[in-house]
Design a protein. Structure first.
Length: 609
């Protein structure tokens, strides 16, 4: 409508006045080429204002007002300000609104709606609209800017599609089609996501969302599992969410904190995460820091790279394991982790005072075992609490106890060289109570060593006390060697008992003679060089050989320091070199000069022809 005023139900006598009014309205905006169109039921024209009664309408550019009662204030001959107080409906360049009151500057194209504002914001690039309920809506029609807020305790409410929004205030820019929400913002998309924050902006053209100090809970359409986000600064696109500055995401048993990362989306669901700066992740059985992260949110598998420091927690939490490596592969669902280091670097592991180095490791939290591996000797472990140092090919460490299980192991126990125990084993297992040797193993200390396929070292109060073997053992001691079926040896006292088809070779004091013994039980004192043999079962007798001499008895005691042997119980001696046989209840045999003394002796001497 160009300079036309349509008036209904006006008496003829006022026609001339209305014609003047029409000319006045048209000319008053002629300087800026703005035209005000009017449709009125009843009007009243005064020097300083024009009042409208009944349903009336005015139009200026993109602005239209329809109201049952309003007035236009005249300033300096211009229709300047519109004031409406009843049944307000306005249209502007980016939408429409109803309210109880309106104040609008016709020259500046600015104003505000107040009390029971119900606005509808249209989007030029979309058929979707945003509805608004608020107490106050400021309109800058020329700049397409709209500010809404509430004065009451009620919050501003907006709705976009199935998105329900509440905030303290908002600003909408019609040119950029971005709506900025501030103050206790909450966005609820039922069944999809819930956003809560201090400041959130939505691009109505692209549906991109970004904000500051925001918490987001996304609901997975496939799994129904929540995906939570908290960010100081983020931006949400259709295919990804970019996070900047101090942001966090959480899904299931996985959470990530980083200053910069991206969550990639497929079919409206978060699929995987990539981070390249300051990564900190938390999972059910631990946490880790790294330079980079690539993680699949659906399969719950991912990799951490670059200066990885991981903390693995056991169920009982006795000792956390701290691990330094270059690459950590994670399976959060299965609670399984693998790590290694590049080039000639080693994986470093700390568990309490225990320190370990290896080429790579695996951890299964269901078993709560760290498995370290490398070449032969490639795993190194220092365990100062238990005074032991170990090298192995594969070593398993228990997280909630002192269990160690290794293959192809070399180890020494005790820092004191005089009491140090040296170990070599194809398979070894250790805990607080004992060290189990499960395959071809050797233990040595000072003047004592043993070899067996299976035996234990019993521990008490954190110290190795006894060696116990039950399935065949070979022993070297200070004055000889022996084999037997069982062994019980005190490491403190350096005393032991061997049983079961014992075969011993005992060196004499001067080292020129060897005494070979067969018996069922051999008690030896390695420190003092005392050996005692017997047959408790009575099934067979002790057999002793020295050179060509053979003796049988029930028991014997051999003192290597005195180089004498005392035989008791039905002693029978065959000494062909001295052409004699001896029977007695007791014989003391001096090995230095081959002399004997005895009790209840019956001896035969063969003279020369």
């Amino acid at each position: 409508m160009t300079g036309v005023v349509i008036i209904k139900n006006i008496p003829i006598r006022t026609l001339l006045v209305l014609i003047f009014f029409l000319i006045f309205f048209t000319l008053s905006f002629s300087e800026d080429e703005s035209i005000l169109g009017v449709k009125a039921t009843n009007i009243k024209m005064l020097d300083d204002r024009t009042e409208f009664y009944g349903r009336s309408e005015i139009m200026k550019g993109d602005f239209t007002l329809v109201s049952d009662r309003f007035r236009i204030i005249i300033e300096n001959g211009e229709q300047r300000t519109v004031e409406a107080t009843q049944g307000v409906f306005v249209q502007f360049s980016n939408g429409s609104a109803t309210s109880t009151e309106l104040n609008y500057d016709l020259k500046l194209d600015k104003g505000f709606l107040s009390r029971n504002v119900n606005a509808l914001i249209t989007v030029n690039s979309s058929t979707e609209t945003v509805s608004v309920l608020c107490d106050y809506l400021a309109i800058d029609n020329s700049n397409q800017r709209y500010d809404g807020k509430n004065f009451s305790d009620e919050r501003v409410k907006l709705k976009k599609g199935n998105m329900d929004i509440e905030c303290d205030s908002f600003i909408y820019n019609g040119e950029s089609e971005i709506i900025q929400l501030t103050g206790n913002v909450s966005i609820d998309e039922p069944g999809k996501r819930f956003i809560k924050g201090n400041s959130v902006s939505i691009n109505l053209r692209t549906d991109e969302i970004d904000g500051e100090d925001v918490d987001i809970v996304q609901n997975s359409e496939e799994s129904g599992e929540e995906f939570k986000m908290k960010s100081s600064d983020f931006k949400m696109f259709d295919d990804k969410i970019e996070f900047y500055r101090n942001s966090m995401i959480e899904k299931g048993n996985f959470s990530l904190n980083s200053d910069r990362f991206t969550v990639f989306r497929e079919n409206g669901e978060e699929k995987h995460v990539e981070a390249r700066e300051g990564v900190f992740v938390v999972f059910e059985t631990g946490s880790a820091t790294a330079s980079e992260l690539n993680y699949d949110l659906k399969t719950e598998k991912g990799k951490l790279r670059g200066d990885v420091t991981a903390v693995i927690k056991g169920k009982e939490g006795k000792n956390d394991a701290i691990i330094n490596c270059d690459l950590l592969s994670m399976d959060i669902k299965e609670k399984y982790y693998e790590g290694n280091s590049d080039y000639d670097k080693k994986v470093n592991i700390y568990k309490g005072a225990l320190y370990a180095e290896c080429s790579d490791f695996k951890y299964d939290s269901n078993l709560e075992h760290l498995i370290l591996s490398g070449d032969v000797g490639g795993v190194y472990i220092s365990d100062p609490d238990n005074e032991r140092t170990l090298w192995g090919e594969v070593v398993m460490i228990g997280l909630n106890d002192d269990m160690l299980d290794g293959t192809n192991v070399s180890m020494y126990i005790n820092n004191d060289l005089e009491s140090r125990i040296n170990v070599k084993s194809q398979r070894i297992k250790m805990d607080d109570e004992k060290i189990e040797f499960l395959s071809n193993s050797e233990v040595s200390r000072k003047d004592f060593s043993l070899v067996a396929d299976k035996f234990d070292i019993i521990r008490e109060d954190g110290k190795e006390k006894n060696i116990v073997a039950n399935d065949g053992v070979y022993v070297n001691f200070s004055s000889g060697k022996a084999t037997g079926t069982t062994l019980d040896y005190s490491l403190d006292e350096e005393k032991g008992i061997m049983t079961g088809s014992v075969n011993a070779s005992i060196d004499s004091k001067n080292g020129t003679d060897t005494v070979d013994v067969k018996c069922e039980k051999l008690v030896f004192d390695s420190k003092n060089g005392i050996y005692e043999g017997s047959d408790d079962s009575g099934a067979s007798r002790v057999e002793i050989r020295k050179g060509k001499m053979t003796a049988n008895c029930d028991e014997f005691v051999y003192d290597t320091s005195k180089n004498l042997m005392e035989m008791t119980g039905n002693v029978e001696i065959d000494d062909p070199e001295n052409r004699r046989t001896v029977k007695a209840t007791k014989i003391i045999y001096y090995l230095d000069d081959d002399t004997m003394e005895g009790e209840n002796v019956n001896m035969k001497i063969i003279t020369k022809k």
